[in-house]
Design a protein around this ligand. Sequence first.
Ligand SMILES: [Zn+2]
Length: 486
Amino acid sequence: MNSKKSISRRAALKNLGTAGIAVAAFAPGGDTAAATGSRRPPSVSRSAEVRKTIFDRVHQTPLIDTHEHLIEEKQRLQGPKPSLVPCDDWALLLSHYLDSDLLTAGMPGASLERFLSPNVDPVSKWDLIAPYWAAVKHTGYGQAVRLSIQELYGIEDLSAGGIEKVQTGYERIRRAGFYRHLLNDIAKIESCQVNCLTGEPFKESEMPELLMQDLSIVGMFAGPNFKQLARPTGIQVRTLEDWHRVIRWWFDRYSKYAVAVKSQHAYSRDIDYARVPAEQADPVFKKVLQKDPITAEERKRLEDHLFWQAVGEATSRNLPVKLHTGYYAGQNSMPLSRLQLNAGSAAELCRLSPETKFVFMHICYPFYEELLAVAKQWTNAHVDMCWSWIINPVAAKDYLKKHIVTAPINKLLPFGGDYIPVEPVIGHAALARRGIALALSELVEEGWLNLEDALNLADPILHDNARRLFQLASKTETLKQAQWVR
Ligand SMILES: [Zn+2]
């Protein structure tokens, strides 16, 4: 961390504090005391003090980031790579997820393609997004990018005159060692949990303690993915029992290094996995192996069986099971009526396997009240707020406030940047910290918590829950010994 950075960060904190105080002036004062029982909400001047104390505490507390798609720093520094790193200039910060808001704001696909092209002059790229910038700059996706650009390049907002400086800043920051600088020094993120998108179920990271990894299980039951999963094992897959061995091979090899297992299968269907015995899945598996056609009902039967096979392996090795729920990345495709079923299905999974620690991701947005009911009801249900602060920052704050007064707080994971490029994680983490501090402040102002309660919640929310659930201390020790880094 250099001194310039720490000054700009302090300035940013101060601004957040000032904004908080300005809002606090309008917060309800003593006249709501009767409505909230004997505990009197603080007066206006006390309220400003409370906000300052809570914001300071939240901004000083280390954060665990439980969900990212970050590619390895080394790969990133090799320049553009199809789909994950479309270009190597400032436009990359908008490639994931702000590109979706640009398209739904009306930007033509061909213009976005040019914007993210590695062969277009970076400074001239502004003209392509200029007509849509005012429409998207206030969304969570837009705010995360703007906060990152402010923090990293010292530019308040994108505009025609500032792009050269943004591009210079981009090139200055993007160099060997920048992952640690951005994540540890600037965002005060202790460690990340990465779901790698480069194909392999588990990434042998060169920075294993910073970029901890999930073991991806989706290919074990969807498809299944013979090519990617069977070949490295050397197992000839002729029967369902052989496939079970393939699944076990991956767990034998990586479960001690993985922090959790992860599936984003909810992008294809509901998460209503029934317990299907092997005898019922076997005939379908044979058909799939022979590349014979199968019905939708048969596909579900096979996926359901294999899902529980993978979850059984995870559970016996004490690995939490992270499942995507709710909102879809992208645009013009999301089947909202199907997503509505996710929370109900999540409850059923908890009932079917009480010994499995389930982590339901993204607060099942927009059905977060339903998911909160699941977290309250089931001991084995945990909620990860990853991605939610940029989908809808106000809803995320609302969720956190409600979770604190509804479900046990040890079941909450507050943050995952969910990004492929590392730079926007800075803005997303700043939004999350602001949201967490606001949620705690408002609960104090409204009389649901006292200040001491609120301050005591910072550690469990920001890092203790994740450290415990994912056994991060022992994983860190194991990862220090990982064969691939020695
Ligand atoms: Zn994700």
